[in-house]
Write a protein that binds this ligand. Structure first.
Ligand code: HEC
Ligand code: HEC
Length: 244
């Protein structure tokens, strides 16, 4: 009897090991929902709450140097804040640097700000690795990407990257897109593109990139100017949904 229960224990243990380490066929762990943005959480202030902002994976290469990317945080303690990132700071993040930013003051309640420590290496991981590996390969050597040495070392160790010292900008406290912006590409496509470009599965615009859609909107191609209310993050979500 004793012998049998020992064998039984060993059997359970092996089962657990398989569960934890898998059977060695593949380490990839494809997520059920693809990430299209990074979520960054602020440090907690004296009232011990924090907020998060969502930074979408957008291609900013064509945007003018004067562009400022603003994000309103998710509300917590019944208020929210705005964070502003200059194009140069975006480039620094994309090079793996760390960024320390102070938000606008709270939009209601006791006035205060929060500090956001944005780690470019973590964002690079989320953009380039997460959708194949979830969090499994954080801290590992990059693959499938043409990173320079600073990007490579910051993906391996985001906290060790140099701090960006590019000039900061003041967030516009009235900048509005709220925390509840819809970022589901298929829903957004149905609401905004379906009437002219057929349903998503048979869209006449498959594989269009963020830049192509943005240009069509700002160039008023086919009367698309009315879609100017879509945020960059929403356009990126639509572009992701159009990948065939
Ligand atoms: C298109 C999917 C895909 C992307 C994107 C991707 N990987 Fe992988 N990766 C794989 C597959 C498949 C394997 C092989 C099976 C395994 O080991 O999980 C692998 C293996 C690895 C391994 C272990 C084997 C080795 O060669 O060292 C590491 C480490 C790794 N990936 C890190 C990364 C990092 C970091 C990134 C982001 C820069 C990344 N990968 C992006 C699919 C991907
Ligand atoms: C009012 C009708 C209308 C709506 C709504 C509309 N489009 Fe268009 N779009 C057009 C027309 C007309 C053209 C120019 C002819 C063409 O290329 O099909 C065009 C052109 C484009 C182009 C540039 C040409 C190309 O093929 O790359 C893209 C990209 C595009 N649309 C994507 C979209 C997406 C994505 C949406 C939803 C966010 C959308 N459109 C909503 C009518 C519309």
């Amino acid at each position: 009897m004793k012998f049998a229960s020992k064998r039984f224990c060993a059997f359970i243990l092996m089962g657990l090991l398989f569960l934890i380490f898998g059977c060695g066929e593949t380490e990839t762990n494809v997520p059920s929902t693809k990430l299209i943005a990074s979520m960054v959480t602020s440090s907690a202030d004296s009232t011990t709450h924090s907020h998060s902002i969502t930074i979408p994976f957008i291609d900013i290469s064509a945007s003018p140097v004067s562009d400022i990317f603003q994000y309103r945080s998710v509300a917590s303690n019944s208020h929210s804040h705005v964070v502003a990132i200059t194009k140069q700071q975006m480039i620094d993040i994309n090079n793996g640097m760390k960024l320390a930013l102070t938000s606008s003051t709270s939009d209601s309640g006791i006035a205060h700000t929060h500090v956001w420590d944005i780690q470019g290496g973590s964002l690079l991981y989320e953009k380039n690795c997460y959708n194949c590996h979830t969090n499994d390969k954080r801290g590992h050597t990059p693959m499938n990407v043409s990173f320079n040495s600073s990007q490579t070392s910051s993906v391996i160790n985001p906290g060790n990257a140099p701090l960006s010292n590019s000039a900061s900008t003041t967030p516009d406290p009235n900048y509005s897109p709220s925390a509840n912006v819809v970022l589901d590409g298929a829903t957004l496509y149905n609401a905004n593109c379906f009437t002219c470009h057929l349903e998503l599965a048979s869209s006449t615009k498959p594989n269009r990139t963020y830049a192509q859609i943005k240009n069509a909107i700002s160039g008023n191609i086919g009367g698309m100017y009315s879609l100017g209310t879509l945020s960059d993050a929403q356009i990126q979500a639509i572009a992701n949904a159009l990948v065939k």
